[in-house]
Design a protein around this ligand. Structure first.
Ligand code: FAD
Length: 460
């Protein structure tokens, strides 16, 4: 490393500069458990310390990688032995909640679930929600522009951020802690840092937008007889429930059957014989009204034959049981290993043709290959898992080509919500034009000319 441990210790104190086993015992890849290889980890307590660390790094051209909760899925947190990791794990304060304005001000290392709980405690809600809620951090959610299961109702992380503060590569602090819904005074600088995966700045604090609570959550698992029925169901539910439609999470039969019947990890609430299963949520403030609206919408879907079976959760435990099938990523890994996972988006109308073609291509190349699909259908987002019997890099490249290349023709994206990191960098040009990539490079050059922040992530 270019920077000395003494310089870092002088800023954050000796106990907050980690080396050796304290570094290597950290896992930087949730899927494989790969250990952190960084030269050292520094744990600042506040924005001033992050800025001082970056100033010192800038002076000696030390590259850094920022760590949040390490749940990212595209190798964005990987660091080499000559790199320094800046971990925000000590920056977990919820600084303020403005109940009138509906805002929450927070340090970026705070876990998402803590923010959800804090909002709930004052009778409001923070609606971003994903399976990694207990570990992922607000800074990581901002850096990756996280999505999750409530996007159909509330949008992605970008829509939840009113203001933020970031430390630039040279240690300068850009404090853009706007608390209003409207602020058109010049460029909206926070957008530079949302979704740029730590390549343009280190997010240290944020002002988040809170929403009114939806204490009544009606949840159902339904079965659909065909893809046409599935898309018909989505538009019917959109019309019948309007703004109350809180989630529309689809599992292809191969996903549902694997986690219920094949692995026996969950009792199937509906027999695993139908082509598609959907978890639908209806969010509201009044339990009785919400329940009636939801039941009527499902009855009409049954009459129209866009669904053939349905189970409505009668308790929190039953609701959690339905979601447990959808969120059982560990089960997927156990059931399919070795596997490759993908997070793509494409127009909904093209999805089934795309999946059918992929399945055929996989079967032709590896007759025993397995394909499992689920996703946030309403957002045009599919999560695809492929097991081709090997985790060899060459096999991975072949599978990647099968998954990603068709997206160029369809106007899809190689990353719906996980970002690019290192993993998808070779495929960025599949869904971004040369002009777009050159503009991204110009921005990187302008804000971080020495390429100190997350070097090589997103852009080469
Ligand atoms: P990390 O993994 O620590 O970092 C991710 C990237 O952000 C890295 O490039 C890192 O350098 C950068 N970064 C982290 N903190 C900062 C900061 N303060 N400033 C600047 N850069 C920073 N994602 C979804 O979008 N939707 C889902 O539904 C979803 N479900 C998941 C379910 C599971 C079980 C798991 C393991 C992951 C899931 N993810 C999902 C992916 C992951 O949780 C998100 O990408 C999350 O936003 C990452 O947050 P993190 O704090 O763990 O970030």
């Amino acid at each position: 490393m270019q920077i000395t441990l003494e310089a870092l210790r002088a800023i954050v104190g000796p106990s907050h500069v980690l080396t050796g086993d304290d570094v290597h015992s950290r896992r930087v890849d949730w899927m494989t458990g790969a250990p952190c290889q960084a030269g050292a980890i520094v744990r600042p307590a506040n924005t001033e310390q992050v800025a001082a660390v970056m100033k010192a790094c800038h002076a000696v051209e030390q590259t850094v990688v920022t760590h949040g909760g390490l749940t990212g899925l595209v190798h964005g947190a990987e660091a080499s032995p000559d790199e320094l990791v800046i971990s925000l794990e000590r920056m977990t304060a919820i600084e303020a909640i403005d109940q009138v304005g509906g805002t929450l001000t927070v340090q970026a290392g705070t876990p998402l679930q803590r923010v959800q709980e804090a909002a709930r405690e004052v009778g409001l809600q923070f609606p971003l929600d994903l399976g990694a809620r207990g570990s992922c951090t607000i800074g990581g959610n901002i850096a990756t522009n996280a999505g999750g299961v409530r996007v159909i109702r509330y949008g992605m992380m970008r829509q939840q951020v009113l203001g933020l503060e970031a430390v630039m590569a040279n240690g300068r602090v850009i404090s853009s802690m706007n608390r209003m819904l409207k602020n058109n005074a010049g460029f909206d600088l926070k957008q530079l840092f949302i979704g740029s995966e730590g390549t343009l700045g280190i997010v240290t604090r944020a002002v988040l937008r809170l929403q009114p609570p939806t204490p009544s959550e009606q949840t159902a698992l339904v079965a659909c007889p065909s893809f046409e029925a599935l898309t018909g169901l989505l538009s019917q539910m959109g019309k019948a429930l309007g703004g109350s439609l809180g989630a529309f999470e689809v599992m292809w039969q191969n996903h549902y059957r694997l986690l219920t019947e094949t692995l026996g990890r969950h009792t199937p609430p509906i027999a695993p014989e139908h082509p598609f299963y959907v978890i639908i949520e209806c969010l509201g403030s009044d339990d009785e009204r919400n329940a009636i609206q939801f039941r009527e919408a499902l009855e009409s879907a049954l009459e129209n034959e866009v669904i053939v079976d349905a189970v409505i959760a009668q308790s929190h435990t039953q609701r959690d049981g339905l979601w447990a099938i959808r969120e059982d990523i560990e089960g997927l890994i156990k059931g399919l290993a070795p596997l490759f996972t993908f997070d793509v988006s494409l127009p909904i109308a093209d999805m089934q043709r795309y999946i059918d073609a992929l399945e055929a291509q996989l079967a032709q190349r590896w007759p025993d290959a397995r394909l499992v699909v689920f996703g946030h259908l309403g957002d045009g987002n599919l999560h695809i898992s492929v097991s081709a019997g090997s985790d060899d890099v060459a096999v991975r490249r072949e599978v990647e080509a099968m998954v990603y290349q068709p997206l160029a023709v369809l106007g899809g994206s190689v990353s719906a919500e996980h970002g690019i990191g290192l993993e998808k960098r070779p495929w960025l040009s599949t869904c971004r034009s040369t002009d777009e990539i050159e503009l991204m490079q110009s921005l990187k050059q302008a804000l971080d000319p020495y390429q100190l922040l997350n070097r090589g992530k997103i852009l080469s």
